[in-house]
Write a protein that binds this ligand. Structure first.
Ligand SMILES: Nc1ncnc2c1ncn2[C@@H]1O[C@H](COP(=O)(O)OP(=O)(O)OP(=O)(O)O)[C@@H](O)[C@H]1O
Ligand SMILES: [Mg+2]
Length: 304
């Protein structure tokens, strides 16, 4: 998720770097080369000889757009706090995270102390993220995360997807990730509309200054110090593949903030970039440049 977000930042003209661990296998070389081609700095990525790199293959049904994820987890494990060059991390005005492991929490603390802003992309809520929440400026999460958080507050058991998500954080032995949308169960029904804004408000009580819950074509819901609001999604030129729409949304949001846009205007730009992303097959192929995004915003219609 962060990888695609950083490519989105670079395509929009921003400076992005990505920290990861890869092995010295062909997949690892391919991963780093692809970032270099996109202009994403991987000088602080860690290559560990003898390990195999993580790879995910996404199957997209051409008729329905339904997706399945085949994850080959590899043996190159998470980045650990001791892998990080904290002086370099502290220079980042924005830090984007997709997990709440020890390295993520350590980096978020350092960035916040240096006056920067940390952001978490969350797919599913699980208590494993609680330690990170107080150190975040931005929490930008999916409708599943928002729904599961409210279920958690109600004392209900989290759904299978949230349990699996927590499992992948501790034991990286999952071979197949089914479509999370198909995994919602009765414990945490997937909420819509104003209920997601309510989730954003409740999550804000946990520390992040701004909380956004995204709802696909139904747009996103934002709780902030400047008030709470909804941003409708843009109507995509054509919807070929929505994989990575959320990831591009995050990258474009952070780049818009880095360019000095207001919160509201940054979410508008993020929504437009995410809609444009859907026009092509692949997580990153459709991720737009700034000129294309701004031109699209002046002509595109909106979902209601
Ligand atoms: N079909 C679509 N058409 C237009 N905009 C879309 C579409 N799907 C997503 N978006 C935009 O992208 C944002 C994020 O999408 P979504 O809520 O699906 O993220 P996600 O659940 O993290 O998905 P993914 O994991 O595939 O990135 C939405 O708020 C919306 O602005
Ligand atoms: Mg996402």
């Amino acid at each position: 998720m962060v990888a695609t977000a950083m490519v989105a930042v670079a395509r929009l003209g921003g400076n992005a770097a990505f920290i990861t661990r890869v092995g010295d296998d062909q997949t690892g070389t391919q991963i780093l080369d692809e970032f270099r081609t996109e202009g994403v700095d991987v000088s602080h990525a860690v290559t560990t000889p003898g390990l195999t790199s993580h790879r995910t293959i996404v199957l997209v049904d051409g008729r329905t757009g339904a997706r399945a994820f085949l994850a080959g987890r590899g043996t190159a494990n998470d980045v650990m706090p001791e892998d990080l060059d904290m002086e370099w991390v502290a220079e980042a005005p924005f830090l984007h995270l997709s997990d709440a492991g020890p390295a993520a929490v350590a980096a978020a603390k350092v960035v916040k102390a240096a006056g920067g802003h940390a952001c978490l992309d969350g797919t599913h809520y699980h208590q494993t993220v609680d330690a990170l929440l107080p150190h975040l400026e931005y929490l930008v999460v999916s409708r599943f995360f928002g729904s599961e958080y409210l279920a958690h507050l109600d004392g209900r058991e989290l759904g299978a997807a949230a349990r699996e998500y927590a499992g992948t954080l501790v034991a990286r032995d999952q071979a197949v990730h089914p479509n999370p949308a198909a995994m919602g169960d009765s414990h945490a029904p997937v909420l819509t509309g104003g209920a997601l804004l309510d989730a954003a408000r409740r999550l804000r009580e946990r520390g992040p200054n701004v909380v956004v819950v995204t709802e696909g074509e139904a747009g996103c819901w934002c709780a902030s110090p400047d008030g709470d609001f909804h941003i409708p999604a843009y109507v995509a030129p054509q919807v070929v593949d929505t994989t990575g729409a959320g990831d591009v949304f995050h990258g474009a949001f952070l780049q818009a903030r880095a360019m000095g846009r207001t919160l509201h205007s940054s979410l508008e730009l993020a929504s437009a970039a995410a809609a444009l992303k859907c026009r092509a097959l692949g997580g990153r192929t459709g991720s737009p440049d700034l000129e294309t995004t701004i031109a699209f915003m002046s002509t595109a219609s909106r979902h209601r």
